[in-house]
Design a protein around this ligand. Structure first.
Ligand code: HEM
Ligand code: HEM
Length: 179
């Protein structure tokens, strides 16, 4: 068995699975159970705000400076994926990094518009409700792509990335990998 090293710190892992939980609860309670829906949405927003701080002060693989890349790097990486020759990354790959930024932004936007819909100023405002629902649908679409990307990368590089997000450990790098 090849050696494993720690990649995801406990905060990142707890953040991730708590976010999955609050997103799922917000989604299934939408229009069914308002109190729980709003609390789950606030929990998701709080987790994201916390993650933004952790992305600045957390350990190496948790930092935005480590995995948020310019668009040209993301596009070059995606071209390599299509050609079937993308490198393995120990941390988030460039496409994963772009997806993380998009997910965090959309989560904040969805929660913010949801909160707006509950304020006196926007109560019953159809435009805000529509926007909230559209952002939530966009989020669901991105989550689908996110999970598809995780599965694709897992298959391509013969490793279980979902398990890695639970244990925090991944196969140590080979010379062809990007650390
Ligand atoms: C059951 C469904 C999900 C699975 C299996 C899953 C799996 C994963 C995995 C394996 C990673 C690490 C990717 C890598 O190795 O680079 C990851 C990262 C991430 N996922 Fe998910 N994910 C799921 C749902 C979600 C949902 C619903 C959201 C948000 C709405 C989300 C947001 C994120 C974020 C923000 C990261 C970055 C983690 C960090 O660095 O803090 N995921 N996910
Ligand atoms: C992850 C965060 C969230 C997601 C994914 C989400 C998702 C949704 C969806 C899909 C709907 C449409 C339900 C329907 O009409 O069929 C909805 C409605 C609503 N959400 Fe959220 N939501 C989130 C956060 C929040 C937050 C933080 C609040 C308020 C504190 C909130 C308040 C509302 C309200 C008041 C409605 C009803 C609007 C209407 O009548 O159409 N949501 N949400």
């Amino acid at each position: 068995m090849s050696a494993e090293i720690k990649v995801w710190d406990p905060i990142v892992r707890i953040f991730h699975w708590s976010l999955v939980g609050s997103f799922a609860i917000a989604w299934v309670t939408a229009d069914e159970w308002d109190d729980l829906h709003e609390w789950a949405g606030y929990a998701a927003a709080a987790l994201v705000l916390f993650r933004l701080v952790w992305g600045l002060i957390g350990p190496r693989h948790a930092r935005f400076s480590e995995f948020v890349k310019p668009p040209r790097t993301v596009i070059a990486y995606l071209k390599n994926v299509v050609a079937g020759r993308e490198r393995r990354y120990l941390g988030h790959n460039p496409a994963g990094g772009a997806m993380i930024v998009a997910l965090l932004c959309l989560l904040l936007g969805t929660s913010f518009t949801g909160w707006l819909a509950t304020t006196d100023a926007f109560w019953g405002n159809e435009w805000i409700e529509e926007l909230h629902e559209t952002l939530a649908n966009g989020l669901l679409l991105l989550v689908g792509l996110h999970v598809a990307g995780v599965l694709l990368a897992s298959i391509r590089h013969h490793e279980n990335l979902v398990r890695a997000m639970i244990t925090g450990r991944k196969r140590a790098t080979a010379s062809s990998d990007t650390t």
